[in-house]
Design a protein around this ligand. Structure first.
Ligand code: ADP
Length: 345
């Protein structure tokens, strides 16, 4: 089983893996030990047995040399760090968190969890945050990439990169793979980044990898895009990115929550009324609100470096300097796209 899980490992990587697994076993018995300083006492060595879980941990830690570009992360974003987006969060809880945390229950009931989710909506609304939180709250690893990184002019390079991405994801499963800018996987003449032949090969390789993911293999793929109408329809067929989740700008309550999240730790004067700010920031995205808070802080600093508090007037000044990155027109467009995607589904 370990041989299968070490696809892409060269000899030196395997040597590093076994060494790391042995060190994991030592740390299990003596968590505080500084292995640089101390040699391991013989009685510990005698009691030592390397468990399968030590190899699981070591697999996460040892980065195979041929897969350096595939970074395994453990994000520190949770559901509580995301304001608004209740519906998107609930769907990811049910679609990603439950199956990854309780694969046995799904198997028993014969339910096939979805393998692919597509988050779509304007930039800065929290799509990346949602994918990270889905991974973290599922106690899964997170591997992020964007399609422009997968489009290589060198023949075969893109396919190899995608194969490494999925192989690494299976090695460290449970894993959430996040692919941003999914819309750039359309041929260049269609507004995408790649040469037509390259793009087609990349799409086909991703599809083949997703088709090859057996259900309950504990790998889930989350794609994100600002332009869902450009996505190759082959990517949206059943068994692929077939769970479509719209991620739009937050409502007033969501904005209130996002302002609270981003002002945490900021000394606010008593007159600061975040509810009022939330009401006055129609169509602001999470990223816009984060920027607003930062500007309010800078305005306070400009008054004097000793300034101890950020006041409501700093927020008003910041509000005058910024505006919503999402327009009414964009919202109308997304509403139309939503209808089309729904009727196609
Ligand atoms: P997207 O992937 O949709 O373009 P991101 O998730 O990268 O947007 O958001 C960019 C930044 O904006 C985040 O790192 C976060 O600081 C802030 N942000 C966006 N949406 C939210 C939200 N719903 N709650 C809290 N912060 C948010």
């Amino acid at each position: 089983a370990l041989a299968r899980r070490t696809y892409g490992f060269v000899g030196a990587d395997i040597a590093a893996l076994t060494r790391e697994a042995a060190l994991e076993a030592v740390r299990r018995i003596m968590p505080k030990i500084d292995l640089q300083e101390v040699s391991i006492p013989p009685e510990v060595l005698d009691a030592l047995s390397v468990e399968s879980s030590d190899f699981d941990d070591a697999l996460k830690r040892v980065q195979p040399s041929a897969m350096r570009e595939v970074m395994v992360q453990m994000p520190n974003i949770g559901w509580d760090d995301i304001g608004g987006l209740d519906e998107a969060r609930d769907r990811l809880r049910e679609g990603v968190e439950l199956p990854l945390k309780h694969p046995g229950s799904f198997k028993r009931l014969g339910i096939r969890p979805a393998k692919g989710f597509l988050l779509y909506g304007p930039p800065g609304t929290g799509k990346t945050l949602l994918a990270k939180a889905a991974a973290r709250e599922s106690q899964a690893n997170f591997i992020a990439t964007k399609s422009s990184d997968l489009l290589s002019k060198w023949y075969g390079e893109s396919e190899q990169q995608i194969a490494r991405l999925f192989a690494r994801a299976r090695q460290v499963a449970p894993t959430v793979i996040f692919i941003d800018e999914l819309d750039s996987l359309v041929p260049a003449r269609g507004g995408g980044l790649g040469e037509p032949q390259v793009t087609e090969r990349v799409v086909n390789t991703i599809l083949a990898e997703m088709d090859g993911l057996e259900e309950l293999q504990n790998v889930v793929v989350i794609g994100a895009t600002n332009r869902p109408n450009l996505i190759d329809p082959a990517l949206l067929r059943p068994g692929r990115f077939d769970e479509l989740i719209y991620v739009g700008p937050p409502d007033t309550a969501g904005r209130r929550r996002i302002l609270a999240i981003h002002t945490e730790g900021m000394p606010l004067a008593k007159d600061v009324d975040l509810q009022l700010m939330a009401r006055n920031t129609e169509r602001f995205t999470g990223a816009d609100l984060e920027d607003l808070v930062r500007r309010a802080g800078l305005t306070a600093l400009r008054r004097g470096l000793d300034e101890a508090q950020v006041t409501m007037s700093d927020f008003q000044t910041a509000l005058e300097e910024t505006r919503a990155s999402v327009t009414e027109e964009m919202l109308d467009d997304y509403a139309k796209i939503r209808d089309t995607l729904k009727s196609d589904a």
